[in-house]
Design a protein around this ligand. Structure first.
Ligand code: NAD
Length: 463
């Protein structure tokens, strides 16, 4: 059956004001998120908050690659270590033309807070190479990976900073990272230097699905806890997913398995819509063959902006930063947003959603399943063990449920004690401020900052 041509079900878009004055720099957004949560933590030692929000270290390497066509191109690669108070740095490596120092700084800081929320003994880090894999051959990508890792040298390591997959990198990329690092450290157990490896090469069962599965577990728990009035389960819920890669396509499979109806999905080339529910396996097959979900038989084609405007119970942004902004937030007709991507909602958009009573399960909780199973992989590598998938998923479920409970409980604790926190601010000599109730993201930041600050002070500021 050809793709449906009918426009009758297309969502109506409110006019999008061309680029509002909103600051979309991800690092500025990360700093703003930190500052607005730190207002609720007057007990943090003077100056410590300022230190915690900045990265400990940032490395820029520029290296040459001889391309398939014989030319030489120089690529810029970044690795940011944000904070190591709770353990080694941990965070993915991204290959994308939009990679910048500020993007990597933001992503690294979100990793610190994420690891604290799921309570695993890692700090935060992130890396990226500014390149467009769609225009590169597989041999170009292999050379980029090896040169990048060689250039980072001992700035990564099994007990210092441990990479993982992110946008446009996968288990194959992780194999190359392991192999390159192992060449430089012959005779050592180098498996824990990187996670998200293929299962045959020390990868963990369940890691490939972990980000999406964690998103499902956190969403299920939040619904059980009554975060969305009148919606207590993903079973029977309508779901829209932006981004159809590792996080998005597997979320589509797992939510569908639990009884959700996936009504729209998209990738960088556009979206597809079927109010009766998309056949997820057919969409995955179509994307594998044609490079996009667009054109799947029996579906209507949408733009990515139109996709965000589809009426649904749960919207899962699973692509890149700044998908939901002040200029398009009025189009959203979901009842709940669960952020599988990092940084998909801007602070301005989130304020508007909070006023509308539309809850957002924040990225630093909703997509923490990936790093959680990365931690499990690291433990298995150190112990030379392989856990079965039931054990991995069972442990992930426990972590995601208790992290979701902790964030919701922090929201309640803060919102029930606003007056007391205002008085503590006064006692600490901070400017008087009328505090307003926090949303789930601010609660998640409060929890994470408290946990990182506690460990920092327990260790003591060296020397
Ligand atoms: P991926 O490369 O596997 O997939 C990205 C998908 O997004 C692709 O389908 C791509 O076509 C689509 N996309 C890109 N630009 C888009 C746009 N403008 N509109 C719609 N779709 C677009 O990457 P991934 O690993 O699935 O990562 C997606 C998000 O999830 C990122 O924010 C990443 O940081 C986050 N995340 C990933 C992991 C992980 O384990 N892979 C863990 C935590 C968070």
């Amino acid at each position: 059956m050809p793709a449906k041509k009918t426009q009758k079900n297309k969502p109506r878009l409110k006019a999008i004001k061309p680029h509002s004055a909103e600051d979309l720099n991800p690092y500025h957004i990360a700093l703003r998120q930190f500052d607005s949560a730190a207002e609720y933590l007057p007990g943090i030692q003077n100056g410590l908050a300022e230190n915690m929000k900045r990265p400990d270290r940032m490395i820029l390497v520029e290296f040459p690659i001889e391309m398939a066509d014989g030319s030489v191109r120089t690529f810029a690669g970044y690795r940011v270590l944000h904070n190591r108070a709770r353990g080694p740095g941990k965070g993915g490596i991204r290959y994308h033309p939009g990679v910048t120092a500020d993007e990597v700084r933001a992503l690294a800081s979100w990793m610190t807070w994420k690891c604290a929320i799921v309570d695993i003994p890692f700090g935060g880090a992130k890396g990226g190479v500014a390149c467009n894999p769609k225009e590169l051959t597989s041999s170009d990508v292999r050379k980029i990976t090896r040169r990048f890792i060689a250039a980072l040298g001992d700035n990564i390591g099994p007990h210092t900073d441990i990479p993982a997959p992110d946008v446009n990198t996968n288990a194959g990329t992780m194999s190359r990272i392991y192999d390159t690092y192992q060449m430089m450290h012959a005779g050592e157990n180098c498996l824990p230097v990187v996670t998200g490896k293929p299962v045959e090469l020390g990868g963990s069962l369940g890691r490939r699905e972990a980000t999406a599965r964690g998103c499902l577990f956190a969403t299920q728990r939040a619904l059980e806890r009554g975060v969305v009035e009148g919606l207590d389960s993903v079973d029977g819920a309508t779901v829209v997913i932006q981004g159809f890669g590792n996080a998005g396509s597997i979320a589509a499979q797992l939510f569908a398995e639990q009884g959700s109806k996936i009504v729209a999905v998209s990738d960088s080339r556009g979206g597809i819509y079927d109010p009766n529910g998309i056949d997820v396996e057919a969409a995955i097959e179509h994307k594998a063959k044609r490079g996009s979900v667009v054109g799947l038989a029996g579906t209507e084609t949408l733009t990515n902006e139109e996709l965000l405007a589809v009426e649904c119970d749960i919207l899962i942004p699973a692509a890149l930063e700044n998908a939901i902004r002040e200029d398009n937030v009025d189009n959203i007709r979901a009842r709940f947003i669960s952020e599988a991507a990092n940084g998909p909602t801007t602070p301005g958009a989130e304020d508007i959603l909070f006023k509308r009573g539309l809850p957002v399960l924040p990225d630093i909780l909703a997509n923490a399943g990936g790093v959680t199973v990365s931690y499990f992989e690291w433990v298995q590598n150190i112990e030379n063990e392989q856990w079965d998938v039931e054990e991995v998923n069972g442990k992930l479920l426990k972590k995601m449920r208790s992290a979701t409970d902790a964030v919701i409980d922090t929201q309640t604790r803060v919102n029930e004690n606003l007056k007391e926190i205002e008085r503590s601010r006064e006692r600490a000599g901070l400017p008087a401020k009328k505090l307003t109730p926090v949303n789930l993201r601010k609660a998640a930041f409060v929890l994470a900052i408290e946990r990182v600050a506690d460990v920092t002070l327990e260790r003591g500021i060296w020397p």
